[in-house]
Design a protein around this ligand. Structure first.
Ligand SMILES: [Fe+2]
Ligand SMILES: [Fe+2]
Length: 405
C-alpha cells in the first residue's frame, strides 16, 4: 500500500473502521501468531528489529512528511522512541520474541501522526494509532516480516493509545461510532509485546521531555485527549501555562493545566496505576528515574527564583532554541517554537518567571539524560546509530547537533 492509498482509505471512516475490526481479531490468535515469530536470541531480536527499522525508514522516505508532523509527535518523538527502545530492551530480561515485536511497535507506534493530524482526532474514530496499524499491516511484509510478525506489530501499534473505557465519537461524516478499548486491557495477564510498545511511548511522556513536548502542542488552541476522566478538552495557551497545582476535583476552570498534567503523568508511573501495573526490571529503573526528573521540574516551576526583566528575553530564546534544535528539529518544530515564544511573552511576568525556572531545569535534566544515553549508545554496534531518512547519528540528533534540515 502506498502512502496515497492509505490516505484515501482513512478519508472513508466506514471502510477504515471495518479494517480495524478485522485487525482486532489478532487478539484471539495472539499466542499462535507469537509461535511464528522468527527470532531465537535476545541479540538476534535486537539486531533484526534494528535492521527492519532501517529498511522500513529507508524505503518510506518520508523526509518531507516528517517536516510537517504535529510538533509534539514528530521526528523528535520518533527518534527518542528508538533511543528509549535501545535503552530499555538492551537491558530487559524477557523473551526474545516479545522484544522483537515490542521494539518494532515501540518505535513505529506514532507514524500514524504523519497520516492523521492529532487535532482532527476528536472527530474521528480511526485515529493515529489505528491509521499507523493499517499502514504497517500493508507495508511491513516488504521489509522482511512474515505474516504473523506483521499482524502482531500492527496490533500492538493499534492498541498503544491504551483507552481504558468505551466512548462514542461523532465523526466528521456525521455518523456516531464507538471507540472501544483493546481486548488485552481486560485480559487475564499481559500480552507483552503490546505492553512493551506502550512502555516505549510512556518513556517519552515522562522525564525531561514531557514538558517540552506538551508545550509544543500548545502552538494553536485545539482540542486534545486529556485522559480517561475528561476525554477531549479545549487547550488554550494562556490557561495551560498558569502554574497551578489544584486538587483533581478543582481542575475545571481553567481545565487541567500543563503543570497539573505533568503531575498526573508523574504519579501514574507506578505499579498501582493501570498504565504501570505490569512494569518490571529495567522498566521500573527507567520510569523511576524519569518520574524523579519530572517531579524535579514541577518543583522548580512552583519554587522559582526571582527573574530580572532583562533576563527574560535570554531565557525564552534559549528554550525556543532548545525546542527547535533538540526536541523537535523539523520545520514544524521550528514554526511551533517561534509561535510559542510570541505567545509566551504575553503571559503575566509572574507566570513567565515560574516557567523560566522550569524550562532551565528541563534543559539541565535533558542534558544529563542525554549523557547517560550516550554511555549506552557508545556501546552498541555503530551501524545501529543510523535511521535512514531520519538521522545519520542518533547521538548528534538527541544532543541537538544534528545536520541542518
Ligand atoms: Fe500515540
Ligand atoms: Fe507516542
Amino acid at each position: 500500500m502506498t502512502t496515497r492509498n492509505i490516505e484515501k482509505l482513512l478519508k472513508d471512516e466506514d471502510a477504515a473502521y471495518s479494517e480495524v475490526q478485522e485487525l482486532r481479531k489478532v487478539f484471539s490468535n495472539f499466542g499462535c501468531l507469537m509461535d511464528n515469530v522468527s527470532v531465537k536470541s535476545k541479540a538476534g531480536a535486537l539486531e533484526r528489529a534494528v535492521s527492519v527499522l532501517q529498511s522500513f525508514f529507508g524505503k518510506l522516505d518520508w523526509r518531507t512528511r516528517f517536516q510537517s508532523m504535529d510538533a509534539g509527535h514528530g521526528i523528535g518523538h520518533l527518534t527518542r522512541d528508538y533511543v528509549n527502545a535501545l535503552m530499555l530492551f538492551s537491558k530487559l530480561e524477557t523473551r526474545p520474541k516479545d522484544i522483537f515485536i515490542g521494539f518494532l511497535g515501540g518505535v513505529l507506534h506514532d507514524v500514524g501522526c504523519a497520516l492523521v493530524h492529532r487535532f482532527e482526532e476528536s472527530h474521528r474514530v480511526v485515529r493515529h494509532a489505528e491509521a499507523a496499524a493499517l499502514f504497517l499491516k500493508e507495508t511491513l511484509y516488504d521489509v522482511g516480516l512474515n505474516e504473523a510478525e506483521t499482524l502482531l506489530v500492527s496490533y500492538s501499534v493499534a492498541a498503544h493509545t491504551h483507552y481504558l473505557r468505551e466512548s462514542e465519537v461523532k465523526c466528521s461524516d456525521g455518523v456516531t461510532r464507538k471507540v472501544r478499548p483493546y481486548d488485552d486491557i481486560a485480559h487475564f495477564g499481559p500480552l507483552w509485546p503490546v505492553w512493551y510498545t506502550r512502555w516505549v511511548d510512556r518513556l517519552d511522556c515522562n522525564g525531561p521531555c514531557f514538558i517540552p513536548r506538551h508545550y509544543l502542542t500548545l502552538t494553536d488552541d485545539h482540542k486534545d485527549f486529556a485522559g480517561e476522566d475528561v476525554g477531549f478538552v479545549q487547550f488554550k495557551f494562556a490557561d495551560q501555562m498558569r502554574p497551578l497545582l489544584r486538587p483533581k476535583e478543582e481542575q475545571n476552570n481553567p481545565p487541567q493545566t500543563m503543570l497539573e498534567h505533568a503531575k498526573m503523568f508523574a504519579e501514574s508511573q507506578s505499579n498501582d496505576s493501570p498504565y504501570g501495573k505490569y512494569d518490571f526490571g529495567r522498566m521500573i529503573e527507567l520510569r523511576s528515574e524519569f518520574r524523579e526528573i519530572l517531579e524535579h521540574i514541577i518543583y522548580k516551576v512552583k519554587n522559582p527564583r526571582q527573574s530580572e526583566g532583562e533576563d527574560r528575553q535570554w531565557h525564552i530564546q534559549r528554550f525556543t532554541n532548545f525546542l527547535s534544535d533538540t526536541v523537535e528539529p523539523s520545520c514544524s518544530g521550528e514554526r511551533a517554537a517561534a509561535n510559542l515564544e510570541i505567545q509566551f511573552k504575553k503571559l503575566p511576568a509572574v507566570n513567565q518567571d515560574a516557567w523560566f525556572s522550569g524550562f532551565e531545569t528541563v534543559i539541565t535534566d535533558y542534558t544529563l539524560w542525554f549523557l547517560r544515553c550516550q554511555v549506552v549508545l557508545d556501546q552498541i554496534p555503530p551501524n545501529w546509530l543510523t535511521l535512514p531518512g531520519v538521522t545519520n547519528d542518533l547521538r548528534d540528533f538527541i544532543s541537538g547537533s544534528s545536520e541542518p534540515r
